[in-house]
Every structure is written in structure tokens, then in C-alpha cells.
Ligand binder design. Structure first.
Ligand code: AMP
Length: 197
């Protein structure tokens, strides 16, 4: 099963991807996590990406596409994966198509977490507070100022993917404002339908 989770920052993509991992045993491919790991490790990619990420802007398509192309070729992706936070631009969406076509694979569904903008900044602040309380590192981009830019980037560059995948008949929306468990239940219903078709 190959799924994309689509939605603005703070929509709950990471949480729901984790739950899919636990239930279905396929990996979560979060480009945000991969880029943060590259930044922490001080790799060439990390050095190039850091300032862009801290500013809430998008890292270049070339960098992100290369990371994903390499990752989906790994053996744990053979029976499927969940793309979380990727693709984020039309060029990235085209790149996914090409990567899958090259391997004779297809995307099963694009699940859009539909949320109310006003709730998002509050969720991000909560995430930062929870990390702080747990003594974990707080993401540099999880604050109100950078969040504004992340949301702007989402509307400018990522939201066109909604139309792109709708036109391909792949888009399924779920109510991302519902509590976490019912979002998970909505996603599981979609996954079951996809598995049958
Ligand atoms: P995330 O953890 O998905 O919220 O991503 C954190 C940051 O990583 C984003 O604000 C971007 O700077 C960068 N990033 C993650 N995924 C992508 C992507 N697919 N394309 C470009 N930049 C990305």
C-alpha cells in the first residue's frame, strides 16, 4: 500500500502516519524527519537545508526528490510506504509519479487531512510545549512567527496538489478537526477500501 498524507503543518500527518506504521507495518517516509536528521548529522544536505527550514520555507525540489528516490528503493519499502510531508510541490508530485512508474508501481490514495487554519497555530504551540515539558528538543520552526511562513508556503506551493490528485481520482478527504482516534478510524476505512479495489 502506497499512501500520501496531505495537509498543512499541524494537521496531524505525523501522528496518523505513526498509527498507520503500527497497524500496517509499512514505513513512514517523513521528509521533515529525514531533513532534520541530515541537519543533526551535519551532512552536506543538512547544511544546505538548515537555514531554509528554520525560516519555514521549502527546501529545493532537487534535494528532497533525491532523498525520497533513494529511500523508496530500500527493502523495507517493498510492500509499501506512507509519504508524510512529501510531495509538497507540483514538481515533487511529478517526481513521485516518475519514481513509481519506473518501478511499475502505483499510488493507492492521497489522504487529505482537512483542518481549520485557526486551529493549526495552537496545535503547533502545544507540540512545542509538550516537547519542552518532556525535556525533548523543541523544533526551531514550531513557533508562531515561523508557522505563519510555513502556512503561507503550504497555500502557495502545496495546496495545488489537492486539485492535482483530485483530477487523478486519488484524493480522499478526512475531517482532520475530529479527535485523533476518529481521524484514525476514517483513515482505516479508506485503507480498507483501497485494499479491496
Ligand atoms: P515537516 O516536518 O514536514 O513540517 O517539515 C519541516 C520543514 O522541512 C519544512 O518546513 C521544510 O522546510 C522542510 N521540508 C520537509 N518536507 C519538505 C518537502 N517535501 N519539500 C520541501 N521542504 C520540505
Amino acid at each position: 500500500m502506497r499512501l500520501i498524507l496531505l495537509g498543512p503543518p499541524g494537521a496531524g500527518k505525523g501522528t496518523q502516519a505513526q498509527r498507520l506504521v503500527e497497524t500496517h507495518g509499512i514505513p513512514q517516509l517523513s521528509t521533515g524527519d529525514m531533513l532534520r536528521a541530515a541537519v543533526s548529522a551535519g551532512t552536506a544536505v543538512g547544511l544546505r537545508a538548515k537555514a531554509v527550514m528554520d525560516a519555514g520555507e521549502l527546501v529545493s525540489d532537487a534535494i528532497v526528490n533525491a532523498i525520497v528516490a533513494e529511500r523508496i528503493g530500500e527493502s523495507d519499502c517493498a510492500s509499501g510506504f506512507i509519504l508524510d510531508g512529501y510531495p509538497r510541490t507540483l514538481a515533487q508530485a511529478d517526481a513521485v509519479e516518475a519514481m513509481l512508474a519506473e518501478r511499475g508501481l502505483k499510488l493507492d490514495a492521497v489522504i487529505e487531512l482537512v483542518v481549520d487554519d485557526k486551529a493549526l497555530v495552537g496545535r503547533i504551540i502545544k507540540r512545542a510545549d509538550a516537547a519542552r515539558a518532556a525535556g525533548q528538543p523543541v523544533r526551531k520552526d514550531d513557533n508562531a512567527e515561523v508557522f505563519e511562513e510555513r502556512l503561507r508556503e503550504y497555500y502557495k506551493k502545496t495546496s495545488p496538489l489537492i486539485g492535482y490528485y483530485h483530477a487523478k481520482g486519488k484524493l480522499v478527504g478526512v475531517d482532520g478537526m475530529a479527535d485523533m482516534d476518529s481521524v484514525t478510524a476514517q483513515i482505516e476505512t479508506i485503507v480498507k477500501q483501497v485494499a479491496k479495489s
